[in-house]
Design a protein around this ligand. Structure first.
Ligand SMILES: Cc1cc2nc3c(=O)[nH]c(=O)nc-3n(C[C@H](O)[C@H](O)[C@H](O)COP(=O)(O)OP(=O)(O)OC[C@H]3O[C@@H](n4cnc5c(N)ncnc54)[C@H](O)[C@@H]3O)c2cc1C
Length: 422
C-alpha cells in the first residue's frame, strides 16, 4: 500500500518491542499514528540473533505487563522465536497500525509549517511527530584491531548463528558480555577449542535465595537507577538464560576448557596481544557478584522476607591456570585459531534522521526520550530513563512516558487553536 501524501500525527520508526510498546500507549491516548518497519515485526528476535538464543530474563519478567507468554512456564527462558511470536501476538491485541516492509529513508523538519517530511520506501509521509524506536542495537561494532586481510575469518556476534557455520578450527571470542560468553560456551560444548577475551564486566548471580536476579534487581531498586555508576558506564553485564539459566562464572568456563585471556589490545604479524588485566577483570566481576549477594542478604534482614539461606553461593572455584599464568599474546596460526568472533556490541544508526538533536559525538540529546528537537522522540536506548530502559519490560514504561508527553503537547495545541478560532 502506498503511503504517499499520508498526513499523520505521530510516526513511529521500527516495530521491535519499542515500536510496539509505543503504539500501544499512543492507541490508549487516542493519538493517530502509524508504525513503519522495514522488515518484519520483531525482526531482530526473529533473524538477527544466533539460533539457540533464549531470553536473558525469565518469562515472568521479560514481557510486557498486559500479556503473559502463552503456554510457557513463567520461570523458564523463552527462545528467540517465542519472543518474536510474543510481540507479533501482542501487536494483534490492539490492532497496532504497523506497516511492514517499509523503510524510513529520511526525516527532515518542514520549513514554515509544523512537523516533518518523512521519505519512506513507499512514499512521502507528513508527520507532526516522529518517534525513533530503532533501538540501540542497529550497527555491529568491530574495533579496528585485526586487519581484514589477516588470515582468519572474522565475524561479529550479530552474524553468528551456530558452530557448524564456522570453518573448522579454534575460535577466539572477543568480548565477554552476555553474547560473548554464551557463544564461547556453545562453541566449546560443540567441541571447538575456544579462547575468550574478557574485559571489565558485571556478573550477577542467576539466582540467589530462591529468587532470580531480575527479581533482586527489581526489589533492590537497581532497574530504576537513573544513571550508571561513574566509571562503570561501559561495563558489560554477563548473564544467560541458556541451559535453564546458569550464573556466568568465568572460572567454571575455564575449568570446562575455555582459555580465558585479557582485553584484546593489538595485532601484528599474525599475533593477537592481550592486556594483563584478566585477573583484575575477573576479580571485579566477582565483586559485583558478591555485592548483589550482600545487598540481597541486607534486604532479607531488613524486611524479614522468608527466603532460604544459600551460603554455597559464596564459594568460589580455584583460579584456573589461565588466570594464574595469563597468556599475553597468541599466534593465531600456531594456536589453530581459524575464526575471530567479535562480541563487541552495537551502535545506533541515525544516518536517515536529518534533525538537529545530536551532540558532537553523534549522541541524541534528550530527556527521558523527549529530544531537544521538538517533535522528535527516542525510545529503547540504554539508560533512556533508567537501567531497564533498553530491556523488554523497561521500554514499555518509557513508551508510556513519551505517549503522555505527546498527548499533553496535543492538548496545548488544541487549546491554542480554540482561542484562535474564537
Ligand atoms: C543478543 C541480544 C540479546 C538480548 N536479549 C535480551 C533479553 O533477553 N531480554 C531483554 O529484555 N533484552 C534483551 N536484549 C536487548 C533488547 O531487548 C533487544 O535488543 C531488542 O531487540 C531491542 O528492541 P528495540 O525495539 O529497541 O529494537 P529492535 O529490536 O532492534 O527493533 C528496531 C526495529 O527498527 C527497524 N528499523 C531500523 N531502522 C529502520 C528504518 N530506517 N525504517 C524502518 N524500520 C527501521 C528494524 O528493522 C527493527 O526491527 C538483547 C539484545 C541483544 C543484542
Amino acid at each position: 500500500m502506498s503511503l504517499d501524501q499520508i498526513v499523520i500525527d505521530t510516526l513511529v520508526v521500527g516495530a521491535g518491542q519499542a515500536g510496539i510498546a509505543m503504539s500501544e500507549h499512543l492507541t490508549q491516548q487516542g493519538v493517530p499514528h502509524i508504525v513503519l518497519e522495514r522488515d518484519r515485526i520483531a525482526e531482530r528476535w526473529r533473524s538477527g540473533r544466533w539460533d539457540s538464543l533464549v531470553a536473558n530474563g525469565p518469562a515472568w519478567h521479560d514481557r510486557f505487563p498486559n500479556l503473559e507468554f502463552n503456554g510457557l512456564d513463567p520461570n523458564t527462558f523463552a527462545c528467540k522465536d517465542r519472543v518474536a511470536d510474543y510481540f507479533e501476538d501482542y501487536a494483534k491485541t490492539f490492532e497496532a497500525p504497523i506497516h511492514v516492509g517499509v523503510e524510513v529513508l529520511s526525516v527532515e523538519r518542514n520549513q514554515g509549517k509544523p512537523g516533518f517530511a518523512v521519505q519512506t520506501s513507499n512514499g512521502l509521509v507528513q508527520a507532526e511527530r516522529v518517534v525513533v524506536a530503532t533501538g540501540a542495537f542497529q550497527r555491529p561494532v568491530v574495533p579496528p584491531i585485526v586487519p581484514q586481510d589477516a588470515r582468519v575469518t572474522q565475524i561479529h556476534s550479530a552474524d553468528y548463528r551456530n558452530p557448524q557455520q564456522l570453518p573448522p578450527g579454534g575460535v577466539l571470542v572477543i568480548g565477554a558480555g552476555s553474547s560473548g560468553v554464551q557463544i564461547a560456551d556453545e562453541l566449546q560444548r560443540a567441541g571447538r577449542q575456544v579462547h575468550l577475551s574478557v574485559g571489565p564486566h558485571e556478573r550477577p548471580p542467576r539466582s540467589y535465595r530462591d529468587r532470580d536476579f531480575c527479581w533482586w534487581l527489581g526489589v533492590l531498586g537497581e532497574w530504576d537507577k537513573a544513571a550508571p555508576p561513574l566509571g562503570r558506564e561501559h561495563v558489560t553485564i554477563a548473564v544467560s538464560g541458556a541451559h535453564g539459566g546458569e550464573t556466568i562464572d568465568f572460572r567454571r568456563l575455564a575449568h570446562q576448557g575455555i582459555v580465558l585471556v585479557g582485553l584484546t589490545k593489538s595485532f601484528d604479524n599474525g599475533r593477537v596481544h592481550f592486556h594483563k588485566d584478566l585477573a583484575t577483570n575477573v576479580e571485579r566481576g566477582d565483586d559485583s557478584y558478591l555485592a548483589l549477594l550482600d545487598a540481597a542478604d541486607a534486604y532479607v534482614a531488613r524486611t524479614g522476607v522468608d527466603l532460604p539461606e544459600e551460603p554455597s553461593a559464596r564459594e568460589m572455584l580455584p583460579d584456573p591456570e589461565c588466570i594464574v599464568r595469563p597468556i599475553l599474546s597468541l599466534d593465531l596460526a600456531e594456536s589453530g585459531i581459524s575464526t575471530i568472533i567479535w562480541a563487541t556490541g552495537y551502535a545506533t544508526d541515525y544516518g536517515w534522521l536529518h534533525v538537529d538533536t545530536f551532540d558532537d559525538k553523534g549522541k541524541p540529546q534528550h530527556q527521558r526520550g523527549v529530544s531537544s528537537e521538538p517533535g522528535i522522540y527516542f525510545l529503547g536506548l540504554p539508560w533512556l530513563s533508567r537501567r531497564g530502559s533498553s530491556f523488554i519490560w523497561g521500554v514499555w514504561h518509557d513508551a508510556k512516558y513519551i505517549a503522555d508527553h505527546i498527548a499533553t503537547q496535543r492538548k496545548y495545541l488544541a487549546y491554542r487553536k480554540t482561542v484562535q478560532g474564537q
